[in-house]
Design a protein around this ligand. Structure first.
Ligand code: 5AD
Ligand code: SF4
Length: 552
């Protein structure tokens, strides 16, 4: 088949960014080529998100645009991947006949087959009667996608999907220059928070075998990746039950993460047949030391044992940043959200995190991140005040604040009327945003004078802007985007001939604080050589949420 041009746009979370990257890898290996220009594509794919209505609306409007385009280009193939495909199913097809392919998150391994079918069907139908081609192929291919989704059992979905993640090792997307990558450890979610669509779209929790995860990380490290972010909806729930005890060289392993037995240890150790999250972190840290930064997203505030905190404390390459959403500061709301923990338990958890991990004296202060939902049904002024207290007490480095968005299929959508008017949601949202800005600001100020290891990510946005106007291949800077809009998927390479006093670059502390600093362009080291390196910088100032530093 001739090489078809694919345009792939990603909406939503990191999990989707990773899915897009894996899809891009598998399609590239099959001879498809990717383009950043939708107008020259033969195939347009949207990897969608259903978590909030706004993300869905964006996709609907993209699909609306495609309707006009398809009138002019009947053999264009349009695919909806991800959560909307799973949730809206047949509805989406009837509402938007422009869609040829739908492929839910648990079916992405089948995308090449669906795509191949769609392209072939279009080509053969277009030859006979181009007008019929559009509608008939849409129906056929879409139904195919649905049928296979219905028939796949969870276990089978787990197994076949594993090949999507593992495929990365066989055909890594052009990793040249990549220094940072996501690695999935858990799919799906079992929590069923009442507002959340994820358990419905991504299905039940499935944990990947630890050896597969480690092999994947080793393969990434071999291509030069030095920062790994482990992904899971409730990443700390990772737990893999082995059929047999875990052995290395024939010796049964008391899993190393669990050899830590501090006085706070509250975990029940289940023997050598289980790999816990603590074990996994420890194994990656020990077995792939070329990974200089190990991160993980997103944590669930319950069942977070001291064993994990001890491993993070004792492993220097595991980062001191925990994104651990609370959603609300009110116990009444937590209950209605079915979060499974009280606010007291949350406070106890972050106190424990601070006790173990907050070590500013060695330049490693703990940074926390959060998510909040404002305007959940029946939220009172008193609940809102409790959420403000949550922000003040938790002192997040950053916190995402979302207005409640009722999602069809969830318990809260079905059972609890969305009774908080939008103006009030917006007002509460702004109040929380302002409070969070003050907190982030004061955390940034506290870092002034300190010294940190900075993982260099690339040119700063300011530098991009400054030079962006004269981007020409071969002169100045070349930006390459692979697999969607993931910031970590972008690399910027500076031509050695760039001249000028200094170039401003940006990087992150291990607590995930962004730092800007200048590097000289003195010909000794070209700026692009800093990318992916860890440099030491002293913080000289803080401007709102970002830090400025100088290399030391
Ligand atoms: N409305 C608003 N925010 C939501 N989130 C999840 N579902 C909803 C919803 N229905 C937020 C939560 C979650 C983040 C990924 O998205 O804060 O942590
Ligand atoms: Fe959604 Fe709750 Fe699962 Fe997070 S833990 S993905 S909010 S159901």
């Amino acid at each position: 088949m001739p090489s078809k041009a694919v345009y792939l746009e990603t909406f939503g979370c990191q999990m989707n960014e990773l899915d897009s990257e894996l899809v891009a890898g598998s399609l590239t290996a099959l001879g498809y080529r990717f383009t950043a220009d939708a107008s020259e594509a033969d195939i347009v794919l949207y990897n969608t998100c259903s978590v909030r209505e706004r993300a869905e609306q964006k996709v609907w409007s993209r699909l609306g645009e495609m309707k006009h385009r398809k009138a002019k280009q009947p053999d264009l193939v349009v695919g909806v991947l991800g959560c909307m495909a799973e949730r809206d199913g047949q509805d989406l097809i009837s509402r938007m006949p422009v869609v040829d392919i739908m492929c839910g998150p648990s079916e992405l391994d089948k995308l090449p087959e669906l795509l191949d079918n769609a392209v072939r069907t279009k080509a053969s139908l277009a030859e006979s009667d181009p007008k019929v081609a559009i509608r008939r192929s849409a129906k056929q291919v879409a139904l195919q996608g649905n049928a296979s989704r219905r028939s796949s059992t969870l276990a089978a979905a787990g197994d076949s999907l594993e090949s999507l993640d593992l495929g990365r090792m066989i055909s890594p997307v052009d990793f040249d220059g990549r220094r940072s990558a996501y690695v999935r450890i858990t799919r799906g979610c079992n929590k069923f928070c009442t507002y959340c669509v994820v358990p419905h779209t991504r299905g039940a929790e499935i944990h990947r075998p630890p050896q597969n995860i480690i092999d994947e990380i080793k393969a990434l490290a071999d291509t030069g990746v030095v920062e790994i972010t482990l992904l899971g909806q409730t990443v700390n729930h990772y737990r893999f039950e082995h059929d047999e005890a875990v052995t290395v060289d024939g010796i049964v392993q008391p899993q190393k993460g669990r050899t830590y037995k501090g006085s706070h240890n509250r975990d029940s150790f289940e023997g050598a047949n289980t790999t816990t999250f603590a074990d996994l972190l420890y194994r990656i840290h020990e077995e792939v030391p070329s990974v200089r930064r190990l991160r993980f997203l997103t944590s669930y505030p319950r069942d977070f044992g001291d064993d994990v905190l001890q491993v993070i404390r004792d492993c220097p390459r595991i980062c001191r940043f925990i994104h651990v959403p609370a959603q609300t500061g009110s116990n009444r709301m937590l209950k209605m959200m079915n979060r499974g923990h009280s606010i007291e338990e949350y406070y106890e958890f972050i106190a424990r995190c601070n006790e173990y991990l907050h070590q500013p004296e060695i330049g490693r202060p703990l940074m926390l991140g959060g998510d909040l939902i404002v305007g959940f049904p029946t939220e009172t002024e008193e609940d809102h005040e409790l959420t403000k207290e949550l922000l003040t007490r938790s002192r997040y480095k950053n916190c995402y604040i979302f207005k409640y968005s009722p999602r069809p299929g969830t318990v809260s959508y079905d059972k609890i009327p969305d009774d908080i008017p939008d103006v009030l949601k917006r007002q509460r949202n702004n109040e929380l945003l302002n409070l969070q800005t003050e907190i982030s600001d004061s955390i940034a100020q506290e870092q002034v004078g300190g010294e940190f290891d900075i993982f260099v990510e690339g040119l700063s946005r300011r530098e991009h802007k400054k030079r962006g106007t004269d981007v020409k291949p071969g002169s100045g800077m070349v930006g390459i985007t692979i697999g969607g809009s993931a910031p970590q998927a972008k690399i910027a390479v500076l031509d050695p001939e760039i001249q000028g006093a200094t170039v401003q670059m940006s990087g992150r502390t291990d607590g995930d604080l962004i730092v800007f600093f200048d590097v000289p362009t003195d010909g000794v080291k070209i700026p692009s050589e800093y990318i992916g390196q860890i440099v030491r910088a002293k913080i000289t100032g803080a401007d709102k949420l970002t830090l400025n530093g100088i290399l030391v």
